[in-house]
Design a protein around this ligand. Sequence first.
Ligand code: GLU
Length: 509
Amino acid sequence: MADKKVRVRFAPSPTGGLHLGGVRTVLYNYLFAKQLGGDFIVRIEDTDQTRFVEGAEAYIFKCLEWCGLLPDESPVHGGQYGPYRQSERKVLYKKYAEELVANGYAYYAFDTPEELGKMRNDLKTDENPSPQYDGNVRMKMRNSLTIAAAETDRLLKEGTLHVVRIKMPDHETISFTDMIHQEVSFDSSVVDDKVLLKADGMPTYHLAVVVDDYLMKITHAFRGEEWLSSAPVHILLWKYLFGLENMPQWAHLPLIMGPSGKLSKRDGAKYGFPVFAMNWNDKSKNELTEGFKERGFLPEAFINLLAVLGWNDGTEQEIFSLDELIEKFSIDRVHKAGAKFDFEKAKWFNQEWIKKLGVENYGLRVKEYFISRGIEITDDAYFNKVLELVKDRCILLTDFYEQAGYFFVAASQWDTEAVKPKWTDGKTAFFNEFCGQLNALADWDTSSIETIFKELAATHAIKPGELQLPMRIMLVGGKFGPAVFEIASLIGKEETVARIKKALTIFNA
Ligand code: GLU
């Protein structure tokens, strides 16, 4: 029999910003599927209506687009296994919940919020501060296991609010092989009787994930390790509903750790680094959280740094393109232990990618930063030359403005402190004469400018090294930037001469 086509899914709940851990889950799914010629599906898990956030779904797709990780199937991209939004699949789940009840694997529970509150209050002890609805408790509650069948029927007919709960078996060992954690076992008694179908008729995550993975023919389910403790419920549902046939292979991905435990949005705010892929605007709190994109990251770098947070190819290689990752990724090399996120290292990846890529890949984004700061870019060829010249000095895309702003707008402040202590009349004379020679220069290029500079310095008996720093400060304003003759050559004759003259008046004031 031919191998089944690989089908993986990313199943976000559209409730807020897309955490970098979420993007790494997408990435590992995507790499695995693409390597094996499979499909990558995005399913929107929006069954919790109380957590619905306007705009969150569209935002997720924008993030995926920015990362270049496009789904083959999704509510936006379509596909044969839709709808891909769980809220639009509501009618599907009920029959599975009823089947579970009919077969004795689940039951109707009519407990009111007050009754549940009372149970928790009554059973609360120091050892058990939050009692669960489980095998110890269920027979004391108001559900179809404790009330007569006729009464249950009557309550259901009358439309009494109720939920469907799984009946967790007593001390059954539930085992499965995880692609990362290998053999995993749970004692069924430690898991509570989770709600499968809510009073509003919507499934909970536990029921929906199993039904949808089945109906969508998912072959491998990669998700964050925080879901490992729910796995026994999912495995039981697979067993009860589908006899475990075609159950996906599970892979619970290591957590991404921050400075103190699991990396959280709060860590980002506290330590000043982004945690979301792109800016997320929480309208309910009127709170904007910065994303990697807006911080000045390249998608190539973002993907690369996420890929190696928990995986390596067994060599020292750290820089990988998406195509290389598709070729080299292997789930066997994903680590079990949590991966520590280091923002300095993240920036290093970005710097490497800025150097590696031609500026045509990111020039447009850099241009936006310039425009937003009031600098008009009229000559794209010039703009690209400038970026090429300074790119090795930039760590984030936002650094280009500071590194290259003077190519577009002359400095209005000069680091005179760096010049004045060693400033002499002889230097003024040198620069005045230099301006005259520059004006007469026929070939305006780096080496011609450098040649006349050095020859004239010799005539004036001043070491060229002593003149280069002042010249840099004249053209740039500060002690930074690429080779000074390159700068002069790019900004042009008129501008170079004008800047030298202007600075001379400042230095001699
Ligand atoms: N909706 C879950 C989440 O937000 C999906 C977990 C899974 O992939 O099974 O992470």
